[in-house]
Design a protein around this ligand. Structure first.
Ligand code: FMN
Length: 569
């Protein structure tokens, strides 16, 4: 995949009278956590041509021009009757306005919350909109009698899926998608998409697993032949498997021992983006997140989520010098519900003064809550670095909860025979480093083993809750710095780092060809490319091939980490 390829629109029939237009971005589209694997994405739009013409989900404004050209190649744009929207994103406004200029007769079709968002986005209270609440249908003729399934969730309260009984295609909007750009329209050889689909689920679906479960229940009786997703390859071949995987991943979330209530509001999406990154940091530790958009949640829902959580995190933008009213109401509920044993967190996006985060922080402090991370304030839109900070803060928060729970349950048990025996396995002590865009990170690793001669390759076991985990997906690069005996570098990386803190400050380093960091005090280094990874319990086993490397210290001896038990590093 090339990041330099120009954006384009790929067009293909996918069913009777049904065509897909895939607006393709080969580079990372946005600074949102779900795009972090940087494999590009496709914004999938569809045309259904019955006696009437409907267009589903026109893309955002970065595609407006090329999309309209492509659409015109297939249909007479002036004749579009309906534009159906799976959710309303402010950045779709430019494309929708352009469509309305060409075809002013267009009627929009969306959910009830969608109608409110759409009127705001298009700054037009008189827009012709058909609101779909779940019972209504829309007959385009020729058998395309469309039905609609609202699937609201905290991130997309207006989400609406569309079912076409003529083609048995379910247009699933965000559900079952993946952020991958390529030539494949369908998912033949779908195993290669597993990692991306799982990552997308973890980022976008896991924080509201209960709502995804409800959506799947609503789909259960439909004889679906194809999931027409809003992003990535359409799900035809893995339809059964992906549905089952979703059920299993949802269960992992709903059955987790501990949960965090993540309560936020976001007028323009920036605080929501931070929330998503924090949620990802939490869920990767095995702690679940119950995310709540307080603009759409009733007080009872907030209260219940706080009651069953081990900790709560509140996110708010600053608007007119305040936190918006729904956040203030939610804060009141939290203060009257949460006990002081529950850990707290605060974050938010602001423009210039940022009073909302200060206000929430001081109210929680006054009430005696302890914080799981320092309050996070991000100016306007987050970037790669602030997203990483949020993710690490989420992970720190969850780890603090786990530590607290362990303390109250049992003092450390003596290691079992098996743990002692497994603990005798040793590996070389290394520091693995990686860079992606502006994010640089490094971690101590001793579970490193040579895995192949030809090509030279190795495996590293990376715990799922390590900050590094994000940078160990297929095609990522990293550097393995094999340490010499001695404590200096080891001590440096054993420190506890605050979210977003520079882990290399004060060390003698060189940038590797693959962007990773070479520690000049190491015994040798290896520049590696991840080939694949396997889920093994609480770790990812990453297999990488070695592209380059050098011995830096001919006389030193490899540091080895000797342990007495397998139950700690
Ligand atoms: C009407 C309006 C009022 C705002 N007032 C403030 C303010 O008083 N102080 C501030 O720091 N930022 C202010 N901002 C900037 C927002 O906090 C900033 O755009 C933030 O990214 C919004 O977060 P959100 O996308 O989660 O809604 C204001 C923005 C708007 C549109």
């Amino acid at each position: 995949m090339s990041a330099t390829k120009p954006r384009d629109v790929q067009i293909l029939p996918v069913g009777t009278n049904t065509t897909i237009l895939r607006s393709r971005s080969w580079a990372r589209l946005r600074f949102e956590i779900e795009y972090a694997l940087a494999k590009g994405t496709t914004a999938n739009s569809f045309i259904i041509q019955g006696d009437k013409i409907a267009v589903i989900d026109p893309p955002g404004e970065t595609f407006t021009e090329i999309y309209l050209q492509a659409l015109q190649e297939r249909i007479d744009v002036k004749k579009i009757d309906y534009v159906i929207l799976g959710h309303i994103n402010p950045n779709r406004a430019a494309t929708l306005k352009a469509l309305r200029e060409i075809a002013p007769q267009i009627t929009f079709v969306c959910s009830n919350p969608g109608a409110i968002n759409l009127r705001t986005a298009l700054e037009n209270e008189e827009l012709p909109i058909l609101v779909m609440r779940g019972e209504e249908s829309l007959d385009l003729g020729q058998g395309h009698n469309l039905q609609f399934i609202p699937t609201p969730n905290p991130r997309y309260a207006d989400e609406l899926c569309t079912w076409d009984p003529q083609t048995n295609i379910l247009f699933t909007d965000k559900i079952f998608g993946a952020h991958i750009c390529g030539d494949q329209v369908f998912d033949e050889g779908w195993e290669t998409f597993n990692e991306d689909r799982r990552y997308y689920f973890d980022c976008l679906m896991a924080p509201h697993a209960r709502q995804v479960e409800t959506a799947l229940e609503k789909f259960a009786d439909l004889p679906v032949r194809l999931y027409a997703t809003g992003h990535g390859p359409l799900v035809r071949y893995a339809l059964q498997e992906l549905t089952e995987s979703y059920k299993q991943w949802i269960k992992q979330q709903t059955n987790a021992d501990m949960s965090v209530a993540l309560i936020y509001a976001s007028a323009y999406g920036n605080t929501a983006t931070l929330a998503q990154a924090i949620a990802r940091g939490i869920t990767k530790t095995g702690v679940s997140v119950e995310s709540i958009n307080c603009e759409f949640a009733d007080p009872e829902e907030i209260k219940t989520a706080v009651e069953r959580s081990a900790g709560f995190i509140i996110g708010s933008p600053t608007l007119g010098g305040h936190a918006p009213t729904p956040v203030q109401t939610a804060l009141g509920i939290v203060l009257s519900t949460a006990t002081n044993n529950q850990l707290a967190g605060v974050f938010g996006s602001f423009g210039w003064s940022g009073e909302a985060v200060d206000l929430i922080e001081s109210k929680l402090k006054d009430a005696g809550y302890r914080f799981g991370f320092d309050p996070i304030r991000v100016k306007f839109k987050p970037n790669e670095v602030t997203l990483q900070t949020c993710e690490e803060a989420g992970t720190d928060f969850a780890q603090a909860l786990k530590r607290a729970a362990k303390k109250t349950v049992v003092a450390r048990q003596p290691a079992s025979n098996v743990e002692q025996a497994v603990g005798r396995i040793v590996g070389s002590l290394c520091v693995v480093t990686a860079t992606q865009g502006d994010v640089k990170t490094g971690m101590l690793a001793s579970w490193v083993t040579q895995a192949s001669f030809n090509p030279p390759g190795l495996t590293i076991a990376v715990a799922k809750d390590r900050a590094m985990e994000n940078l160990t997906h297929t095609d990522n690069n990293f550097v393995v710095n094999i340490l010499a005996e001695g404590r200096e570098i080891r001590k440096h990386f054993m420190k506890v780092y605050a979210p977003g803190q520079d882990r290399f400050a004060g060390l003698d380093t060189t940038e590797a060809n693959n962007g990773g960091v070479i520690l000049n005090g190491a015994l040798s280094y290896l520049e590696c490319t991840v080939q694949n990874r396997m889920e093994v319990g609480d770790h990812w086993l990453v297999y990488a091939t070695v592209d380059d490397g050098q011995v830096l210290n001919q006389d030193g001896v490899t540091a080895v980490h000797h342990r007495k038990s397998a139950s700690y590093y």
